[in-house]
Design a protein around this ligand. Sequence first.
Ligand code: KG4
Ligand code: ZN
Length: 349
Amino acid sequence: MQRPRNGAIIAAMKVLGLETSCDETGVAVYDTGDGLVAHALHSQVDLHALYGGVVPEIASRDHQKRLLPLIRGVLREARIDRPDAIAYTAGPGLVGALMVGGGMAAGLGAAWNCPVVAVHHMEGHLVAPLLEPDPPAFPFLALLVSGGHTLLVHVRELGDYIQLGTTLDDAVGEAFDKTAKLLGLGYPGGPALASLAGDGDDAAFSFPRPMMNRAELDFSFSGLKTAVMIEVRKAEAAGTLDARRADIAASFQRAAIDTLVGKAVKAAERVGLDRAVVAGGVGANRLLREKMAECFPGDVYYPRLEFCTDNGAMIAVAGALRLADAAECREIIARARWPLASLERPARR
Ligand code: KG4
Ligand code: ZN
């Protein structure tokens, strides 16, 4: 896959990307000639940590407060007064939070008289490795692992997606977060659980690898979560939870990562792909990266760590790749649900 270099898609254009689908306000400017020129992020994690999870109303209000100052700062850093186009996350996500980014894109698009592109959040994650110096070429297998999704996708080219597998219950990031909560690690628990797991024995508990031996490429994490809950309760009753916490974290992480990697390898063999992209928040997990390097029969591409979790840069680059779909913004699109496989290739000009 090529970056949209000067002239490859359209004459160099600067695209402002806005991400507000959940609890991170992300803003960036991507230049179709020079690549990423500026980006900024404000995380709401501290706000939501008080409640142990994302509170939608608080998320929307905080995006509202942060977005404009972040946009001003990023435009200043990019040394421009206005972009040539605006891309915003239109879903899937929290509708109120999405409306803040969509409303801002519509307002600025009208004021600046520039086109607006509605971006699919998971397509943003999918193209985030294009921001790196050695981007993957199409086709590839995508393992998209976040707090809301666990997807295996055959990516034939941009907008040509065949979903090979998804989760039947919890997303893997959600399973990390819920397990972390059981272990008293606060919110969001993924990174804290991964770090605690580093001190534990991953063979201490034999947790299930759900669906591993089935031919389908779907995932299920709720049984694993329940198995962890039973061990936590047992340890609590025996007064040994503090001593066993790291072992439980390590054994859970190992089971979850074995499942992801096992299915990714199976999927690549089935459709004959020797390249994979791993993206989304759980893509930051070190064990996942180690196990993919060990087991995946081919090259594996990742975004840099800061672009694994939600950010504006991935939305700006996805918008740049979809400039052909840009339009004068007449309606704000905000979709709670939006299947990735329903996307189409960008329009031809
Ligand atoms: O992509 P993302 O920022 O937001 C969504 O679109 O959901 O992903 C956030 C998820 C959270 O569930 C978080 O706990 C998880 O990614 N996460 C991790 C790690 N870093 C973030 N899970 C496991 N290991 C990590 N190092
Ligand atoms: Zn995300």
